[in-house]
Design a protein around this ligand. Structure first.
Ligand SMILES: *Cc1c(COP(=O)(O)O)cnc(C)c1O
Length: 360
């Protein structure tokens, strides 16, 4: 760090993204991208005049894309906010809605970006402890812990890195009992089997739902996120956005994102394939003595009964399979494994079997 950095950021620990090794050597199952390419119509969406138009600023209101998303999700364009990836929504929401003397509550085990973005804005956090379920370790959100909390709340549904999901009834109760605070439901993984809370935004003015094209829409490199909420909440986010980066979606991303919404049925079909592959992968891992948290996301979170999580991660890396290991003590025996194509998962399972045979 330079001697010029603000006192508040001295020693600041930023978010660590998953490794990007994309030269084709590795089977990459560590950052929950889609294994499938963008839809053919998306690959062909950019025309020469789109490139020529790069000299012009993009439409800061994102009118066309908002109209398409509004129609897909049965809301109005004024209920839609567009962002450069959905992490930007978390950033803007933190600036827009959390007062200096307020806390933001989120699950103790969750997407680690929440902690970082709260720290960046000097916001106090309430890390809500996790609960056990059946014979599984304490990795689950108990919705009752969030009812009448009277704090701003972020909950990913399904949660990361576990893949466990709440029902919309459980979410509605959290939203209803915290009427004076914003409840942000991060639905980055909702397209793989969980229920979306978007329809509840018509009933509750304190509910904000965020989505990303990064996971189900094969668009992680395009950087497009969106949020749905009451027109007032969306306006507040726009106030922050226009004061931060008015042209936050570039022309190429805007055009490709429009084509992505038009091709929604293609992406829904991919999500169905990923769900089937997830079921098959879960069963195969269980047969190798893994405990697998029931997942409604495009990844599974799994712990072997005898072999340490770190060992599995390292042995798989040696075999050119990249999965995600977190050092945090509570989950150190787990690895998060993105669901790839059937072919990728066959290779993954083959190499995993080698590791189990060798290390057991
Ligand atoms: C991946 C992810 C996001 C954000 O992804 P972007 O690429 O910034 O849109 C948000 N929340 C969770 C829980 C995620 O896993």
């Amino acid at each position: 760090m330079s001697r010029f950095i603000k006192t508040a950021y001295q020693g600041f620990a930023s978010y660590t993204p998953g490794e990007q090794r994309n030269d084709g050597t590795y089977i990459k199952l560590n950052t929950n991208e889609s294994p499938y390419p963008p839809a053919p119509s998306v690959l062909e969406a950019l025309k020469e005049n789109d490139l020529e138009a790069l000299r012009l600023y993009p439409d800061p209101t994102g009118r066309i894309l908002k109209e398409k998303l509004a129609s897909l999700y049965d809301v109005k364009p004024e209920n839609v906010f567009l962002s450069n990836g959905s992490d930007d929504i978390l950033n803007f929401a933190m600036m827009a809605f959390v007062d200096d003397d307020e806390k933001i509550a989120f699950p103790e085990i969750t997407y680690s970006f929440y902690e970082v973005i709260a720290a960046l804005h000097g916001v106090q956090v309430n890390r809500v402890p996790m609960c056990a379920s059946d014979n599984l370790p304490a990795l689950f959100i108990n919705p009752d812990d969030y009812c009448s909390l009277h704090q701003n709340i972020i909950i990913p549904n399904p949660n990361a890195p576990t893949g466990a999901a709440l029902t919309v009834d459980q979410i509605e109760k959290i939203v209803r009992t915290n009427p004076d605070h914003v409840v942000l439901i991060d639905e980055a993984y909702v397209d793989f089997g969980a229920e979306s809370a978007i329809f509840l935004t018509k009933k509750y003015d304190n509910l904000l739902v965020s989505h990303t094209f990064s996971k189900y829409a094969s668009f992680a490199g395009g950087r497009l996120g969106f949020a749905i909420g009451s027109a007032e909440l969306i306006n507040d986010l726009m106030t922050i956005q226009y004061s931060t980066n008015p042209y936050n979606i570039n022309r190429l991303t805007m055009k490709l994102a429009e084509a992505t919404v038009d091709a929604d049925t293609y992406y829904r079909a991919n999500a169905e394939k990923i769900k089937a592959t997830r079921m098959r992968t879960t069963a195969a891992l269980e047969a190798m003595d893994f405990t697998v948290i029931p997942s409604l996301a495009n990844f599974v979170f799994a712990r072997h009964q005898r072999i340490a999580g770190k060992t599995i991660y390292e042995e798989m890396l040696r075999r050119f399979v990249l999965i995600r290991h977190f050092d945090s003590p509570v989950i150190t025996d787990f690895n998060r494994i993105s669901i790839g194509s059937d072919e990728q998962m066959n290779q993954f399972l083959e190499r995993m079997q080698e590791v189990i045979n060798e290390k057991s």
